[in-house]
Design a protein around this ligand. Structure first.
Ligand code: URA
Ligand code: SF4
Length: 253
């Protein structure tokens, strides 16, 4: 098989390589070889995408409800994090999103702009989303707390608890089919039963949040410090891609 420049598999590999996922070279070899054997460590099949527990809201109702939350958050003084903020960061994305990403809380750039994941970690998250064959504008990106903690410290348990109802309402409105939890704060926030689990122990296994499939993985800021963990995030995101019926590079696409 002769590789061509517009081969989608090769394009996908190129995206991943720009992210530093150089280990994907091996997939390139497979992508060129029609008779390559199946990958040895095939991940367990994902759960079926069957979330349909509640009637889905129409687009206009979602827009209105999400805007109401953003307005409420903008005036919120329920916890001490309100004192240090420049802007609140309620979250953003497609009101019809089937996939949601949840991080910890705003950092410097997010606080300045009032938008989630717009700094260096955000750039990496955008690349990960695109490598998963989604557009950033097609998903919804939120955080456990909507105001920046001072010096980017982790949110305190009481701050998380005070802010979480906003996130829960956003999830209820969106009813995404799947949620990716980015980092331990997101894991502790959404799945309090797992608060004692490390991300190393929790990542890569599907969890259930009221019928929504949840995949925990490392936070992109962690990946900026630990490039070797990108390989593991790719494994986790491949499971999310498979859940949505998307073929990761090297799987015959
Ligand atoms: N890190 C987060 O957890 N959330 C953001 O919005 C940005 C960086
Ligand atoms: Fe309100 Fe959440 Fe901001 Fe605290 S972090 S002030 S609960 S919006």
């Amino acid at each position: 098989m002769t590789p061509s420049a517009d081969d989608p598999v090769r394009n996908q590999l190129r995206i991943w390589k720009t992210l530093g996922f150089g280990f994907l070279e091996k997939y390139e070899v497979k992508a060129q070889s029609a008779s390559a054997p199946a990958e040895a460590s095939t991940p367990a099949p994902p759960p079926a995408a069957t979330f349909d527990a509640k009637p889905s809201l129409a687009l206009e109702d979602r827009v209105t409800a999400l805007q109401a939350i953003a307005t409420e958050v903008a005036g919120c003084e329920k916890c001490r994090l309100c004192h240090g903020r420049t802007n609140t960061v309620p979250g953003e994305g497609d009101p019809m999103a089937e996939l949601m990403f949840i991080g910890e809380g705003p950092g410097f750039n997010e606080d300045q702009q009032g938008r989630p994941f717009v700094g260096k970690a955000g750039d990496l998250l955008t690349k990960i989303i695109e490598a998963m064959q989604f557009k950033r504008s097609e998903v919804f990106i939120g955080n456990v707390v909507k105001c920046r903690p001072p010096q980017n410290r982790q949110p305190e348990p009481d701050e998380m608890e005070t802010c979480l109802p906003y996130l829960h309402r956003q999830i209820e409105i969106l009813q995404p089919k799947a949620i990716v939890l980015l980092g331990r704060t997101a894991l502790m926030g959404l799945m309090p039963d797992l608060r004692d689990k490390s991300m190393t122990a929790a990542r890569g296994r599907w969890l259930d949040f009221h019928g929504i499939s949840v995949m925990p993985t490392y936070h992109p800021a962690y990946l900026l410090r630990n490039a070797s963990a990108k390989r593991l995030v790719w494994e986790d995101m491949k499971q999310v891609m498979a859940f949505f019926g998307r073929t990761p590079p090297g799987k015959g696409g």
